[in-house]
Design a protein around this ligand. Sequence first.
Ligand code: GLN
Length: 543
Amino acid sequence: MTDKKTRFIFVTGGVCSSLGKGISTASLGLLLEGHGYRVSAVKMDPYINIDPGTMSPYQHGEVYVTEDGAETDLDLGYYERFTGAKLTRKNSVSTGQIYFAVIERERRGDYLGRTVQVIPHITNEIKKRIYDVAAEDDLDFLLIEIGGTVGDIESVPFLEAIRQIRQELGSRRVLNVHLTLVPTITVAGESKTKPTQHSVKELMQIGIIPDLLLCRTARVLSEDMRTKIALFCNVSERNVISAIDIKSSIYEIPYMLHSNGYDEIVLEHFGMEKNHLEIGEWDKFFHAFQNPKRKVHIAVVGKYISLQDAYRSIYEALLHGAVANEAELVLTRIDSEDIEKKQKAGLKALFQKIDGILVPGGFGNRGVEGKIMTIGHARKEKIPFFGICLGLQMAVVEYGRNVCGLERANSTEFDPTSPHPVISLLEEQEIIEKMGGTMRLGAYECQLREGTRVRTVYGQESVMERHRHRFEFTLKYRDAFEKAGMVFGGTHPKTGLVETIEIPGHPWFIGTQYHPEFKSKPTSPHPLFRAFIKAALEAGKAK
Ligand code: GLN
């Protein structure tokens, strides 16, 4: 079923990966909203995993979590940060999910004895997922990004499905955008169109004729180049758009694409009104980003520091918080394993120039003791500290060991034989039936107690925040921790589970069991990140 008016914009990628498909899709979403239209986005990932929840950050980068608890590709994070779209598990589709649904139906006998095939059964399921999102919200545009690169075996069913959608709805309702690379041979200084030609040929073999080519390039394509690409790739010259490398920030990309005509050409294709572009909130953010008045030095101490994308939403949220405080974010990424070899003096030297320390979430043993050492240092040296998920859990372990005097306190994730399992699974605490599951995923309510710092920061009695974890604060230790000075400002109303911790008298020491970074946007920075950066700036000034 399709609704009457949603337009579908399909974005495929060619030549190689990492050309910025996700960000350019999110940017187009922002621009179309800026013209007054209602937009949403879907990511289709051709891998066979059901979702990236089980994939290593080395394979996949961050796992982004939606409000309804779907573990998704990090591109959904860009869609939510750039646009007003409210995304759910329906906005993230994988080959695994498609096959799973079709095979379940086959087992139930729904196909009435027919042979179940890629065409039409798999492709129908893909189309149904796309149409369902469009039908649910009253959308003007649905942007659908196909993961991977054209030519990959896995993406063929997705491409076939979008070919069929174009056939069904026609060009007034469908636009095919292809993002390719126009490389420059450094020695000769020449840009090359051949990879783009090959990639488009590959698409055409499947029956998809791109309407618009977004060419990733180091510099604006010359008229000659555009003529050549248009001729060989069968698109109009105007629809060959330069997507120039932007070094300063991804937040500039919407401006670059707009000045190269992207949104205008898209609207022209659909014969839709080009209202005056109005992205005032974004402009305000970008102006502040470009004109910082001071610097703030933040260290992120984790185990996937070498990867660009493992803590993507954390880095973005820190930046939003910094810009909200008119500051330039200077990030130091520290591998928590390296900390384990350090003595007190070494730690002092390492964090000398740091105004605030953040310990992000994580799974598994490696680097955990380094995180605990870092947190102990931040607590004793009064450096503003923000612990997220595993960061909260390790702050509890550190406090348990060094303030409450609980010998060998630990999380049962790392030491199942600890005499003081201050962090443990709900089943170990025998309160599992109240929560009804082992992994807490997605938004849960957090009630904020009067008189606590978190309550002041949020300025609200209750908030919804997103989770992704199995382990929890062990409730039987609550009294011991409170007696030793730790404050539990935020709790889950029905179960009393601990959602936030803080230490009064410290310039800023807060841990959250949830992931506030998933809800921070450039145009509405998360209150906790804003307050953390403010505290870090004050601490920096006092040095
Ligand atoms: N490993 C911890 C847990 O499962 C923390 C998870 C996280 O930081 N996202 O509870």
